[in-house]
Ligand binder design. Structure first.
Ligand SMILES: [Zn+2]
Length: 246
């Protein structure tokens, strides 16, 4: 039977989005919704919480090996040295499967010099780079096209796939660049259908971002007008392949 993966959900708290999710809540959310695995990101503020956020995700992943995988969310304003050292630790010591660049929480535009270290780090350590798009960010995800062309071997995931307002631009970016993937949490289901039909379900990844929306994202997936093969790929197959989940 095909697996259901929530490919982007947060652990911890943030003063920016004003929410707190605990390990117990995440596990309950997974069980309540019959989800097989979760890709977990720390919801942490900049230094020094950043490192503790990674440690917390690591402990959670260790306790639930094969069901929970970690992602490094490294604040872009760390120095080059600190940034690279921590990403290396997350990949080589903690076994994390991806790196996150968050224009909103890091206060950076992804095409600036300060944010470029995220692209370099993800390339160097051979993990996909997740970039928050849409929701509360003023720039279009289309600005990632040039970065995707510059880093052709890097797989880039546009989180929230432009969140409807910029979803057509996110789809266009993924059409132009085969190394761009779309993760459409918060998007209406007709846009998710369009993503699957345009770029193929192998590059469209289901996630809920937060606990209350898990059931909503699953309901959207269940009601989309796509083939059963496409639905299964979207709900778990694509994430397993992209993040090499074991
Ligand atoms: Zn998120």
């Amino acid at each position: 039977m095909s697996k259901i993966i929530n490919a982007h959900i947060h652990l911890g708290g943030s003063h920016v989005v004003d929410s707190v999710y605990t390990e117990e809540q995440l596990l309950k959310n997974m069980e309540d919704n019959h989800i097989d695995g979760m890709v977990v990101l720390p919801l942490a503020e900049p230094t020094p919480d950043n490192f503790e956020g990674h440690n917390r995700v690591y402990r959670f992943a260790q306790e639930h090996s094969g069901r929970v995988w970690g992602v490094a969310d490294m604040h872009s304003r760390h120095t080059e040295e600190v940034y690279m050292k921590e990403v290396k630790r997350c990949v080589e010591k903690l076994g994390f499967v991806a790196l996150k660049l968050h224009p909103l929480l890091h206060g950076v535009n992804p095409i600036t010099k300060v944010a470029d270290k995220a692209f370099r780090a993800a390339s160097e350590f051979d993990i996909p780079l997740m970039i928050h798009t849409g929701l509360n960010v003023t720039h279009s995800p289309a600005i990632i096209i040039k970065k995707a062309q510059q880093y052709r071997n890097l797989k880039i995931v546009l989180c929230h796939a432009g969140t409807m307002t910029f979803s057509n631009e996110a789809i266009m970016a993924a059409e132009i660049c085969e190394n761009i993937y779309l993760e459409p949490s918060w998007c209406p289901s007709h846009y998710i259908e369009k993503m699957i039909k345009t770029i193929g379900a192998e590059r469209v990844i289901m996630a809920s971002d937060g606990i209350p929306s898990t059931a909503i994202e699953l309901a959207k997936a269940a009601n989309m007008n796509v083939t059963e093969e496409e639905r299964a790929m979207f709900m778990g197959g694509s994430a397993i392949k992209l993040y090499k989940l074991k």
